[in-house]
Design a protein around this ligand. Structure first.
Ligand SMILES: [Zn+2]
Ligand SMILES: [Zn+2]
Ligand SMILES: [Zn+2]
Length: 279
């Protein structure tokens, strides 16, 4: 399995969209190296996780054929994870010779509501034919584009059933944990009962080594260490499992070198835009 991190910032981006703080000013001085766009990951070129407003930029920056994507897993409805309006361009005279005529979208009921609101004005009937939305909820299992998927509850917002995903194919498993604070115990027991053993764990690290999230909606290195301990305790990981961290906020100075070293000191690998990992 191959994961490509297309974006690795929190909602505001880095440098942040409207911000002139010292971190963002320094990032603007070396954008090629320091910029982080809104979080998104691509699995084997055909399964996308999340669809931020920066998706089009990701396709340009990394030479991705978005028409070849067969399925999209959406974690939750927040703007940095789901820009529904873009789908009106997937067909008709706006998209010809697409590799995959049908895109299957998976998301919770709130994501579906955002999809319907966001496409209501401009979605043509013939474009709608190429988009199939499946409403999914936590503690469910389904298959998407040939991958076995488990949807798990995030600790992120009381307003919707925000999801984390375990994605398995040919004996390799990715555990994708965005956006979330410390998961509840049921997260671990559900995975353990199903015999999941992750090869790569990707974790929300919005807070990095800054102040912990006051709302408990995100994690930093300290919480990432707790998650790793729990995954080991429940037997959900292997001895050689790799732990990646992503979704960094501008407030916590997510400069490439600084974050790489801070992560490495704790046994984690810091993702950056464009990072590709085969596992
Ligand atoms: Zn987010
Ligand atoms: Zn800033
Ligand atoms: Zn969020």
């Amino acid at each position: 399995m191959k994961i490509q991190y297309l974006g690795t910032a929190a909602a505001e981006g880095f440098p942040a969209v409207f911000c002139n703080c010292a971190h963002c000013r320094a990032a603007r001085a070396d954008l090629v190296r320091e910029r982080r766009t809104r979080s998104q990951a691509l699995i084997d070129g055909k399964l996308l996780i999340d669809f931020p407003p920066d998706t089009y930029l990701h396709a340009l920056a990394f030479g991705i054929d978005l028409s070849a994507v067969r399925a999209l897993l959406v974690t939750h409805s927040h703007t940095d994870h789901f820009y529904a309006q873009e789908f009106v361009n997937r067909g008709y005279k706006f998209a010809r010779e697409m590799k995959e005529p049908l895109l299957e979208l998976y998301g919770n009921a709130e994501v579906r509501a955002v999809f319907e609101e966001g496409t209501r004005r401009e979605l043509r009937e013939d474009v709608a034919q190429g988009l199939r939305f499946h409403t999914v909820s936590s503690f469910s299992a389904f298959s998407a584009a040939g991958y076995d998927v488990l949807a798990l509850p995030a600790a992120h917002t009381p307003k919707e059933d925000a999801l984390l995903y375990a994605v398995t194919r040919e004996g390799r498993t990715l555990l994708y944990m965005n956006d979330t604070g410390l998961p509840r115990e049921e997260f671990y027991t559900f995975l353990a009962e199903r015999g999941v053993r992750a090869d790569l764990v990707s974790m929300d690290c919005t807070q990095a080594d800054g102040e912990p999230s006051s709302s408990g909606r995100h994690m930093g290195f300290a919480e990432n260490e707790v998650v790793r301990e729990k995954l080991v305790k429940y037997g959900i990981v292997k001895a050689d499992t790799k732990y990646y961290v992503t979704h960094f906020s501008h407030s916590n100075a997510p400069f490439r070198d600084r974050i790489r070293e801070a992560a490495r000191a704790r046994g984690f690998i810091a993702a950056y835009d464009g990072l590709t990992v085969e596992f």
